[in-house]
Design a protein around this ligand. Structure first.
Ligand SMILES: Cc1cc2nc3c(=O)[nH]c(=O)nc-3n(C[C@H](O)[C@H](O)[C@H](O)COP(=O)(O)OP(=O)(O)OC[C@H]3O[C@@H](n4cnc5c(N)ncnc54)[C@H](O)[C@@H]3O)c2cc1C
Length: 304
């Protein structure tokens, strides 16, 4: 995470101010507010604003006149019930606004989540910083042989060093050219290319930034997909950080999400049949399961 002293000072100043409010406040989220949480080499996630807490969910579910809070144990039970039965709209009553700094190729996956509000840093208006994502050596892996959309063994020795050199050199060269194209030089007869055009030379590991606002239901959907082992490591790193934040914001809702969504397993009808046959003592194989190779592999990964 690369923040300038001025940016640090702005964050600290914002964190030093507080005001009384009648609105619901989450103590865990108040602690997190505005703080920049580092992700990858130059990325960050920080909470800019939020609305609601665990009680906002139960309040909406009960359509209460007041806070809607009964005993904490009742609220926890109700939240678990809502999560278990996909009664999702009460979770939409909570909202959060993040500031995220992320490589462009991660942003491209992230933006597919349409149920959020986004405002991205304008590279037509501003000049992008010389900041590129360069993976840690242990994240530099070969193409997976079993998963077309994944990585396998970590690259070693000379190959790893060469790949890192290529990534760094290409990024620096592209940025040098970006700056060169942007810069006017009257003596050399250069007007300087428009920012909106010069940026097209930059690689996908360039960092961009945005404000991203989403409700808790859709945030859980995002986290379910992107904090999952099947998601690319780089977006997962952001999702994992956001999971920690959400855990502090709405502890009961996060606990239910972790249990039913992150920790839970979806079973197809065929998988249920296989489990029943196994419980009845039958030895079921990939061939007799009626599942495809991929389905069977995923089934065995969970059930052995
Ligand atoms: C591991 C992984 C691999 C992926 N690989 C690829 C890939 O190779 N290529 C690719 O293009 N994408 C890929 N994606 C992106 C994926 O297909 C989804 O676009 C992305 O995860 C966003 O999900 P979503 O549409 O459910 O989310 P959101 O856009 O937030 O939508 C949430 C929900 O709202 C509803 N919704 C939103 N908009 C509409 C709409 N217009 N019509 C109907 N219902 C709507 C749907 O129920 C949807 O599930 C991948 C995602 C993952 C997690």
């Amino acid at each position: 995470m690369t923040l300038t002293p001025e940016q640090h000072a702005e964050i600290e100043e914002q964190r030093s101010l507080s005001q009384p409010t009648r609105r619901a406040v989450s103590p865990g989220m108040e602690e997190r507010l505005y703080t920049a949480h580092p992700v990858l080499d130059h990325g960050l996630v920080r909470v800019i604003d939020y609305m609601g807490d665990d009680s906002a969910i139960t309040q909406a579910a009960r359509v209460s006149y007041g806070r809607g809070t009964k005993k904490v144990s009742d609220d926890r039970g109700l939240i678990r019930y809502l999560m278990r039965h996909w009664h999702s709209t009460p979770f939409e009553m909570c909202e959060v606004k993040f500031h995220v700094k992320l490589p462009v190729f991660v942003a491209r996956q992230w933006i597919r989540h349409r149920t959020a509000n986004v405002n991205e840093y304008s590279a037509r208006y501003s000049i992008l910083d010389r900041e590129f994502y360069i993976p840690e050596p242990d994240k530099l892996a070969a193409q997976s042989t079993v998963n077309h959309q994944g990585r396998g063994a970590v690259l070693q020795g000379e190959e790893a060093a060469r790949v890192l050199d290529i990534l760094r050199e290409d990024a620096m060269r592209s940025y040098d050219h970006y700056e060169d194209m942007l810069t006017p030089d009257a003596e050399a007869g250069k007007q300087g290319l428009a920012r909106e055009l010069a940026r097209m030379n930059l690689p996908m590991n360039t960092y961009t930034q945005w404000y991203w606002k989403v409700d808790l239901h859709n945030l859980f959907h995002f986290l379910r997909l992107r904090a999952d082992a099947h998601a690319q490591y780089e977006i997962r790193a952001y999702a994992d950080t956001m999971c920690e934040i959400v855990k502090d914001w709405v502890p009961a809702a996060y606990e239910a999400f972790e249990d039913y969504r992150l920790g839970g397993v979806n079973l197809s009808g065929r998988a249920v049949e296989v489990l029943k046959r196994r419980l009845a003592g039958e030895t079921v194989t990939a061939e007799t399961s009626g599942m495809s190779k991929g389905e069977w592999r995923e089934f065995e990964a969970v059930w052995g």
